[in-house]
Design a protein around this ligand. Structure first.
Ligand code: SF4
Ligand code: SF4
Length: 266
């Protein structure tokens, strides 16, 4: 058993990590409220991905649904056995409870049984955080390491591609990072999305988002402060550029031309 000091230290660290995680989910969800799912998509995320619940939301959902859905949920979910719970045991019951309350707890087998016949979520207001932030994904951090080692990413579904193009335009306009790297990332993401659209399989392509807190705040600010028609025009300029460079790297002159095109769209 760990000492009291070690237990207190881990408890503080975990509490901080879970709060940061909840903050990111809320920000991601705020960004996603600015987008609408494509009518051509037919809720592929709900059909293809296994859905993970945290314990606290699982019971909240059970309370909110009718008897039929309650039975469906109980029948179709399986309990996850987190290896971190095993490691946490030497820190005592309080830490085990904290991880159980906040960590992945149950998973639905896909397709999600809560999707109704019109491809709408029957528990939309109470849907779990994994659904509220999709296509943003969070590679669950190792609870015993620093939060900064976690990976936040964007998956290549139909909303994902719109977000990625706005993200690319925002990065270019805000001079964050190297432009050719940004363009390369958007280009590869586009290729991944095109493959997913053809195969209609679970998207395997994902864009890693560095410094997610800053990125989500910047992206939200970009979306809110630019009219949709301006954002669409910039996305189109970027899409044209991507289309012309699927098989060949852009020259410096071509990149400069794109930058000028995007910047003049005000
Ligand atoms: S989040 Fe993506 S996969 Fe899910 S319904 Fe919307 S566009 Fe489709
Ligand atoms: S809970 Fe709702 S949003 Fe989440 S996967 Fe199921 S149907 Fe889709």
């Amino acid at each position: 058993m760990k000492t009291q000091k070690e237990r207190r230290h881990l408890k503080n660290q975990l509490t901080k990590q879970f709060a940061l995680y909840d903050g990111l989910v809320n920000k991601a969800s705020e960004v996603l409220q600015q987008y609408t799912c494509s009518s051509e998509c037919s809720a592929l995320c709900c059909k293809l991905n296994p859905i993970c619940f945290e314990q606290k939301e699982y019971y909240k959902i059970l309370e909110a649904v009718d008897a039929g859905n309650k039975a469906l949920i109980e029948e179709r979910t399986i309990k996850l056995q987190s290896v971190q719970i095993f490691d946490a045991k030497e820190y005592g019951k309080e830490i085990v409870q904290l991880i159980e309350d906040n960590g992945p707890f149950k998973t639905f087998l896909a397709p999600c049984p809560l999707l109704n016949g019109s491809d709408k979520c029957s528990i939309y207001q109470n849907r779990p955080s994994v659904c509220r932030r999709y296509p943003f994904e969070f590679a669950r951090f190792d609870l015993f390491k620093d939060f900064s080692e976690s990976v936040f990413m964007l998956k290549a579904c139909d909303i994902g591609i719109e977000v990625a193009f706005d993200y690319g335009c925002w990065q270019i306009l805000s001079n964050s990072g190297d432009v050719s790297t940004t363009l390369h990332i958007v280009l590869e993401f586009f290729k991944g999305w095109a493959k997913y659209r053809t195969l209609k399989e679970m998207p395997t392509c994902a864009m890693v988002i560095d410094e997610p807190n800053t990125a989500l705040e910047g992206l939200l600010e970009y979306i809110i402060s630019n009219q949709i028609k301006i954002r669409l025009a910039r996305r189109c300029a970027l899409l044209r550029f991507v289309g012309q460079h699927l098989d060949k790297s852009p020259s410096e002159d071509e990149i400069a031309e794109l930058l000028a095109d995007i910047k003049k769209l005000q």
